[in-house]
Design a protein around this ligand. Structure first.
Ligand code: SF4
Ligand code: SF4
Length: 329
């Protein structure tokens, strides 16, 4: 990684080819940066069609490396996940208490490949209004760890290929968990990234106890750090909710600047910003995405985050607990 030059300023400059494709609207405006009133999210960038103003940049991203065999092979994950059939919903629903279904679905999710799982009641405010409203009363949120050694190479293609591999694992598990529910006679629909199309996964994941939002705009999990991907299954199965897991990551970010300093295009705001009525950590879309596209990937911020380093998260959780105890007197 070569984030900044000796003067501490950003050495990287946007690729003119990418700038030529950039639309006249800022991704930050689409995201609602500076807006003080809550409103539904608007899609910005990752879509399977040209329904966003930044679609030409996304198409450029997918064509610029199309002759790279390793990347082309990694991108076939989407076809493999799509090829897993969605089962019909069985005619006779199996009945259990919400507590028993919660135990069973968590057990199934872990057996079917997830590294962690949590449950939140689904809120329609987490969906994009330009797509049909997703069905399902509950979100089963699953986390999938990435290989740290591969991610440390970001923005090298090895990191990109690792991310594609974890999207495959996340997508496949979502499909299998969804089928597990449908085989038992209840509605379920799998959702996975990066083109989730109709849902936002991070707010559901926070609510489901998968971690806290970090300064780098990605989640921090108490075991996996920031080094994981998500998938979600929406379902009408009766379930019980997990609580958000507040273990000190947000507090830690208040006095850490590692990702802010490491981000080559200076995209990570050192302070929380107002976004659609809530104050939160925010990554400047108009800086991050051109760098990401120009380098064919990124994820430097995830790799440098101290929570991502293997063996470190447990110690940081304990450190933040001690800090809270001391503050409480
Ligand atoms: S992914 Fe975006 S925010 Fe993170 S380091 Fe790269 S350019 Fe910066
Ligand atoms: S690198 Fe530091 S500031 Fe950035 S998300 Fe991780 S802990 Fe928070």
């Amino acid at each position: 990684m070569a984030p900044k030059d000796d003067a501490g300023t950003t050495a990287w400059q946007p690729n003119p080819e990418v700038l030529k494709l950039w639309p006249n609207v800022s991704g930050n405006t689409i995201n609602g940066l500076g807006e003080t009133e809550p409103r539904p999210p608007a899609p910005v960038f990752w879509r399977t069609d040209d329904s966003t103003p930044h679609a030409p940049v996304m198409y450029y991203f997918y064509q610029v490396d199309k002759d790279n065999e390793a990347i082309a092979e990694a991108r076939k994950y989407r076809d493999r996940t799509t090829a897993i059939p969605v089962h019909d919903i069985a005619g006779t629903p199996v009945e259990h208490s919400a507590e028993e279904w919660t135990r069973l679905i968590k057990e199934a999710a872990l057996e079917l490949g997830a590294d962690d799982v949590g449950i939140a009641p689904w809120r329609q405010e987490w969906s994009y209004p330009d797509r049909p409203a997703p069905q399902g009363k509950w979100a089963v949120v699953m986390a999938f760890a990435q290989d740290y050694e591969a991610m440390k190479t970001a923005p090298h293609e090895r990191a990109y290929i690792e991310v594609m591999g974890q999207y495959e694992r996340a997508g496949n598990s979502a499909k299998h968990v969804s089928n597990w529910i449908r085989d038992r006679g209840h509605f379920a629909a799998p959702k996975t990234g990066p083109m989730t199309e109709d849902v936002l996964m991070i707010p559901a994941a926070i609510e489901a106890g998968m971690g806290e939002l970090g300064k780098h705009g990605s989640m921090i999990h108490r075991k996996l750090g920031a080094n994981f991907r998500l998938s979600v299954v929406l379902t009408d199965l009766p379930l019980t909710a997990d609580a958000p897991d507040v273990f000190g990551a947000d507090d830690f970010c208040q006095s850490c600047q590692i990702c802010t300093n490491a981000c080559p295009p200076d995209a990570i705001s050192p302070e929380k910003q107002m976004v659609r009525g809530s104050r939160k950590w925010y990554v400047d879309f108009d800086k991050c995405v051109p760098y990401f596209v120009d380098n064919k990937t990124c994820g430097i911020c995830l790799a440098v985050c101290p929570w991502s380093r293997p063996g470190v998260a447990d110690n940081l959780v304990a450190k933040m607990a001690r800090k809270r105890q001391a503050a409480a007197g």
